[in-house]
Write a protein that binds this ligand. Structure first.
Ligand code: CS2
Length: 501
């Protein structure tokens, strides 16, 4: 049967819940950079809730900086799409109407949007790599071709930093209210980092006066976002047909859990995202540490170890007894380096995490999480490892995760199946390890020597180096499966010994 394409709310005939407001009664107030599945399952949903409750001109104009596919699908549907929530036992759906339209791969139109006085907030989900900010100097990464291009032509920018700075300057000249810039990516103190990058770009490409003006006038609240959202598949589209009676090429599927913790620092108002469950706090740091180290750290570890052990999805990892034990070890270890957070029980958070990972209805690919390791491991693995050294608690779980990532860098499984290392530093890594692939200690040394990656204090720690090399040598000599079994057996033995004493 040919399905009607989802283009208006009147098209919907299934069980999906409809938005409790008339979309066109509300103007656009937010520009969002990076309209991927995560944005559609997270900020757009809380904005939908806030619009339903209190209205306001807070609909979203999306920007897809590079690709046009996702944007075309949404535009053909007037921004409407189905959000499918897959719980352990039930699946529900609703139609989201908070996105007005999406600009696709059009830098000029994006600059016009960002300079429009109606825009009061710019939100971003552009991935860790998308910011192109050097984490050490906190300045724009001049080796990044987009940054280099935008620095030489700052009035016609195409990248994140260039677009933000050029639009801020146009708004300032026109006497418009300053917008708030709200990063929603998994980076430590994401708002503060983006602020430094934007100010650095303004100084380098324009002048110090603009840099000072940004410092004084633009708010960059930190925020922590959480919702496990796999890439959409044919199954997502089938479920959307089932739930809405419509063909929806922009449908997303996600888990029921959602969390957004935001620093309450907005220069020109904001939607009441509280109505979607957002929590406004004065300091996001402790929540962000908890999420980056417990959830994302365990995710990265299980992505590398699980992928190499032929687990396609996170849920498969949680069905494997050795891997499940190692995931639990990682989550528990991460909790040990956190400062107490009033009102949050880390044991409870850990147990909810294990259930979320195990959700049989969510097909979250390990290979998807394995992307961009060089951009993720510093905050997810190396920072907590350094904290563990300071606290004199076990660093082995982090060394294990690091060794698994190093093994993943070889771009083939034990049985010779080849895959691509999707990472902005992939070429550099391949060149560094090309002739030492079977030599654990040389491989580990070459990777430890990569500039601006593994912190020196960690690389020089003898126990750390011993553990990384030990895991890597087991993986290379006996294969991933056997190395996982060995690690799990050692853990079981030490747990048993702890019970006996
Ligand atoms: C994942 C995250 O792909 C990844 O690196 O760890 O996208 C994770 O699913 C989200 O942060 C969950 O909120």
């Amino acid at each position: 049967m040919i399905q009607t394409r989802l283009t208006t709310l009147d098209d919907v005939s299934g069980n999906a819940r409809l938005p409790g407001y008339q979309p066109h009664a509300h103007g656009v107030g937010i520009a969002h950079l990076g309209v991927g599945a995560f944005h559609r399952a997270h900020q757009a949903v809380m904005t939908d809730d806030a619009l339903a409750k209190l209205g306001g001109d807070w609909r979203i104009a999306g920007v897809s900086l590079r690709s046009t596919n996702g944007a075309d699908n949404l535009n053909e549907q007037n921004g409407l799409y189905t959000l499918i929530e897959r719980g352990q036992s039930a699946t529900t759906a609703r139609v989201i109407a908070s996105i007005d339209h999406v600009i696709a791969a059009d830098a000029k139109a994006t600059l016009n949007l960002l300079s429009d006085a109606a825009i009061r907030i710019v939100t971003l989900t552009v991935t860790e790599a998308g910011y192109a900010i050097d984490r050490e100097s906190r300045l724009p990464d001049k080796d990044n071709p987009v940054v280099a291009r935008d620095l030489s032509s700052p009035k016609n920018p195409t990248g994140v930093l260039g677009l933000l700075v050029a639009s801020i300057e146009l708004r300032r000249q026109a006497g418009c209210e300053p917008f708030t810039v709200l990063s929603c990516d998994n980076l430590p103190a994401n708002g503060a980092l983006l602020r430094d990058g934007v100010i650095g770009f303004a100084r380098a490409a324009f002048n110090d006066e603009l840099a000072q003006w940004i410092k004084a006038n633009i708010a960059f609240p930190n925020s922590m976002v959480d919702r496990i959202t796999p890439a959409s598949t044919e199954d997502t589209r089938k479920e959307a047909i089932h739930q809405t009676g419509c063909d929806d090429r922009a449908a997303v599927e996600t888990e029921p859990f959602i969390q957004w913790i935001i620093e309450d620092n907005f220069s020109s108002g904001r939607p009441q995202w509280e109505h979607g469950g957002a929590l406004f706090v004065s300091d996001v740091t402790p929540y962000e540490r908890m999420k980056l180290t417990m959830l994302n750290g365990a995710h990265s570890m299980l992505a590398y170890a699980g992928f190499l052990a032929a687990c396609t999805h996170v849920r498969d990892v949680m069905q494997d007894k050795d891997l499940r034990l190692l995931v639990s070890r990682h989550i528990k270890a991460a909790a040990l380096v956190l400062k107490p957070l009033p009102g949050v029980d880390f044991n409870e958070y850990a147990s909810v995490l294990a259930d979320r990972f195990a959700n049989p209805a969510i097909a979250h690919e390990t290979y998807q999480i394995a992307t961009d390791g060089t951009q993720k491991l510093p905050q997810r693995i190396f920072e907590p490892a350094l904290a563990a050294i300071d606290e004199q608690v076990d660093t082995r779980p982090y060394a294990f995760a690091t060794a698994m990532w190093m093994r993943f860098c070889l771009q083939h499984t034990d049985d010779g199946w080849r895959y691509e290392l999707r990472d902005p530093r992939a070429k550099e890594i391949a060149a560094a390890i090309s002739n030492v692939e079977q030599d654990a200690s040389a491989l580990s040394s070459r990777i430890h020597a990569l500039p601006d990656f593994i912190p020196k204090r960690l690389a020089e720690n003898r126990e750390w180096r011993h553990d990384v090399d030990d895991v890597l040598s087991a993986v290379l000599s006996t294969g991933c499966r056997a190395a996982l079994a060995r690690e799990a057996a050692a853990l079981n033995a030490s747990n048993d010994a702890a019970v006996d004493t």
